[in-house]
Write a protein that binds this ligand. Structure first.
Ligand code: IPM
Ligand code: MN
Length: 346
């Protein structure tokens, strides 16, 4: 019989609440013969306050043993900015070599969007996950003085760029429209930008059926708002991808619906699935958070582990739930989770 051994990291703020709903829907959708095991990890702001630890090696080793990781949200105003982001979230992404940060955007029915009534929006951003300006390659001298100098170097390797570009071509080739857009800024970032473009063009020769396009990141932000239907698969670096995917969420129904996967396609380490949104401490503990992004992240997790039919059931349940969502009434986190669990089970 099949089994699924999941690590659960609820984290901070609304992370606890939304992850509970994600697990509820997961339990409802899994066939009887699949043995689901979960282990919860106490990581995040509270742990840091208690012990000063962000992600001890013992826990990192233990996390490695799971098939996948479901993560809620990391970050709290009581912890200095960057401590948990670098020491926990990015540490996981780097340690498990999550070089694909997959962030799909779909215009679901009946969602609050400045683009209502537009043609279908259905694209996926393949954001590089282990390089760029996220590597901590920088420093500051004369810190705090008026002569301070700070650098934050963007690291790009041919190996790292080629593997994410190749993955994006594979994804584009498997989709009906077969279109891949590279987003960068090679009119200014001439070293990394030209390397990305050269690798993009070279790898593209192996995918003759994929139509390609290149956009500078500033122009891409315009098209995200004025013409999002032109996109199918987008490949871009870590920081551009971070910014573009918040914008993508905003134009396709809000950050409450945006799911993501931090994927290591080689299977050498477990991949990690999390909503794009943060810990939202202002609404934590009030049952106000929309768990849909986490539920959709569970769908990405299932797809990654080969449970395609179950992933589709979740996506269809979300679609149906949104179509019937009544703008006049607000449901609690728990109520939305219940409604989705009922739909995937039925
Ligand atoms: C995200 C977040 C993270 C990122 C932060 C919290 C480190 O914004 O997942 O998009 O920049 O990648
Ligand atoms: Mn972000």
């Amino acid at each position: 019989s099949r089994s699924l051994n999941l690590a659960v990291v609820p984290g901070d703020g609304i992370g606890q609440e939304v992850v509970a709903q994600g697990l509820k829907v997961l339990n409802a959708v899994l066939p009887q013969d699949v043995k689901l095991q979960t282990k919860e990890y106490d990581l995040g702001a509270q742990r840091w306050h208690r012990t000063g630890e962000t992600l001890p090696d013992a826990e990192l080793d233990s996390l490695k043993q799971h098939d996948a990781i479901l993560l809620g949200a990391i970050g709290d105003p009581s912890v200095p900015s960057g401590v948990l982001e670098r020491g926990l979230l990015l540490k996981l992404r780097f340690a498990f070599d999550h070089f694909i940060n997959l962030r799909p955007s779909k215009l679901f029915p009946n969602t609050a969007t400045p683009l209502a009534g537009r043609p279908e929006i259905d694209f996926v951003v393949v954001r590089e996950g282990t390089e760029g300006p996220y590597t901590g390659n920088g420093g500051s001298i004369r810190t705090g003085t008026e002569h301070e100098v700070a650098t934050e170097v963007s690291l790009n390797t041919a190996y790292g760029v080629e593997r994410v570009v190749r993955d994006a071509y594979e994804r584009a080739d498997a989709r009906p429209r077969k279109k891949l857009t590279l987003v960068h800024k090679n009119n200014v970032l001439v070293y990394a930008g030209h390397m990305w473009k050269n690798i993009f063009d070279r790898v593209g020769q192996e995918y003759p059926e994929v139509t390609t396009d290149y956009l500078h990141v500033d122009a891409a932000t315009i098209f995200f708002v004025t013409q999002p239907e032109r996109f199918d698969v987008i490949v871009t670096d870590n920081l551009f991808g971070d910014i573009l995917t918040d914008l993508a969420a905003a134009v396709t129904g809000g950050i409450g619906l945006a799911a993501s996967g931090n994927i290591n396609p080689t299977g050498a380490f477990p991949s990690m699935f999390e909503p794009v949104h943060g810990s939202a401490p202002d609404i934590a503990g009030q049952g106000k958070a929309d768990p849909t992004a986490t539920v959709l992240s569970v769908a990405l997790l299932l797809r990654h582990l080969g449970f395609e039919a179950e992933a589709v059931r979740i996506e269809e349940a979300v679609s149906a739930d949104l179509a019937e969502r009544d703008g006049g009434t607000t449901r609690t986190t728990d109520e939305i989770g219940d409604a989705l669990a009922v739909r995937v089970a039925g």
